[in-house]
Design a protein. Sequence first.
Length: 287
Amino acid sequence: MIKVETHKVPELKNRIRLQEYAVGIFQTIPTKSGIKKAIKKGLILVNDETTSTAKYIIGGEKIELYQSENEEVFTRLQLDLEVLFEDDYLAIIYKPAGILVSGNKFVTIANALTQNLQKSKQQDAVKPQPIHRLDYPTSGLLLIGKTSSTIIKLSALFKNKEISKTYFAITIGLMNSEAIINSPIDEKESITNYTILQTVKSERFGFLNLVKLSPKTGRKHQLRKHLLGIGNPILGDKEYFLEGKVLNGKGLYLHASILEFIHPFTKEKIYTSKELPKKFTKIFSIT
């Protein structure tokens, strides 16, 4: 057998089964099912001894992952993510534009989380999971759960509208300085508040606006649909656009900039922000 990875267990508050603890500690086997298979095949050793899925980890152990010599090497995703906040329960990362949050593709944010985040020491630690979605062309902050109880609590916060999200977009055409858009989406209540921060003249588009957006609901493509619905689509949107007003080659000018909520376990107020991408500041001077 060939040794692939080694992990040193830190001090733990409570003992935990190996098959639960080992999820996320190895870059080459990120899933619980993969860990169980490796244990049963004798490819995971604890303190130089083969073990079983019933083994308890108490802290201080050396855990090694091996690979059969005739087994193909697992190809893992190489994607460095910017982590803006992280503790034992959750994380907030920056999602670049042009990457899927999750799905059947190899290159997704979900597939890159294990290698970019520290494994939680909580007993219900799981493979890190995104709590909400951002569209493929949208950049910005993404909230991640690292334990099963955190994922449940954060999902409840979203459902109860206790997580505040702020976006910035560049839109096309003249707009009112501020307004509430409440057009239903898929026959469901949908509310978006917006405020114009700056407006500039554009030879091609007439006017461009830097808009601050505060969605009060979370429908699919809500911001893009709402802005097109009032005749002011987002610059670079190739799905929700006005004829002759499509900008090619620069991507979508929509950025999830701020997340605010009360931490479900520590009860501290979390406020995380990410500055606007350079393509925004090339059009608008931001102070």
